[in-house]
Ligand binder design. Structure first.
Ligand SMILES: [Zn+2]
Length: 294
């Protein structure tokens, strides 16, 4: 998040809440008397857009694999795997079956350290659920996109959208941020790779910019840097226990997936001039790096 106009960051409260600047730009069709546009419900996953540029990995199913475990290890949604492999992904998965994993740029190997939790199926008790980009936007990634290359570090943000948007549904906030980043900042898409949501019993982690593309979230430090934003303002208070549990598990999973050490997990403020991800979340992040985060 921005700490000043001199170092603009990824969201700007005035823009997101529907100021005259937004209306003048014409990028959000919002009646003047509404604080935000009508909520568009998250629709069921359609054809996968992740990896629409042809990127991805082929993976050979091993004994004991499930779609969900593959999804977790590759960091792509189950729906994207199903859409890319319409018949061969029918459960139960048969060892030896080759699956195309659209948009995947790495997968945690079976010999690697397992994620924090390795559930067989998605359901109650899971720390998070990955939600495909295709469920919340049809927007293509713009032509100015650049390849990510190897992920070497991970940066944590908060979205810091301000009190007036503190209660809006995840889908609305995603669209607000995406609109601002594309229309206001002229970036190829929403700048973050993943966003930790607020809605629902199981924490949703939304795919933002597909991880095979370099993000736009940390000024002068976007190269090889995976950007994860937690929805909310965490200057003075922590995310909800549900969000923190999801963030911790997702950081663990992402570190395993990309072989990133704890010392290469940053708060935005450590890499460019910003107060992001807020004092409270940054304190939690320091505990996480020290192995103390609950
Ligand atoms: Zn930030």
């Amino acid at each position: 998040m921005p700490s000043s106009e001199r170092f603009p960051c990824v969201t700007r409260r005035g823009f997101l809440v529907g100021t005259a600047a937004v209306l003048a730009a014409g990028c959000i069709r919002t009646p003047q008397n509404q604080e935000y546009a009508p909520v568009t419900p998250v629709r069921p996953a359609g054809p996968a857009t992740t990896g629409g540029d042809g990127s991805g990995l082929t993976y050979t199913v091993e004994r004991g694999d499930t779609l969900y475990s593959i999804s977790r290890r590759a960091g792509i949604p189950v729906a994207d795997i199903e859409n890319a492999n319409p018949r061969s992904s029918d459960p139960p998965l048969r060892p030896g079956t080759r699956l195309w994993l659209p948009g995947a740029i790495a997968i945690i190997g079976t010999t690697a350290a397992p994620p924090t939790t390795t559930p067989e199926v998605a359901g109650k008790g899971e720390p998070y659920r990955l939600v495909p980009r295709s469920t919340w936007t049809d927007a293509k990634i713009g032509p100015k996109r650049e390849p990510m290359g190897k992920v070497l570090k991970i940066t944590v943000h908060h979205t810091d959208e301000g009190e007036r948007l503190a209660e809006v549904p995840d889908a609305e906030l995603l669209k607000r941020i995406d609109n601002y980043h594309r229309e206001g900042r002229h970036w190829p898409s929403i700048g973050y790779h993943y966003l930790v949501g607020r809605d629902g019993e199981i924490c949703n982690i939304y795919e933002g910019r597909p991880a095979q593309f370099k993000g736009t979230h940390t000024l002068h430090n976007n190269s090889n840097n995976l950007g994860i934003a937690v929805m909310g303002d965490f200057m003075h208070k922590l995310p909800t226990p549900k969000q923190l549990r999801a963030l911790r598990a997702f950081l663990d999973d992402s570190r395993s997936r990309f072989s990133v050490s704890l010392t290469q997990v940053y708060g935005h403020r450590e890499l460019s001039a910003s107060s992001c991800p807020g004092d409270a979340l940054f304190a939690w992040l320091k505990d996480y790096r020290a192995g103390r985060a609950g």
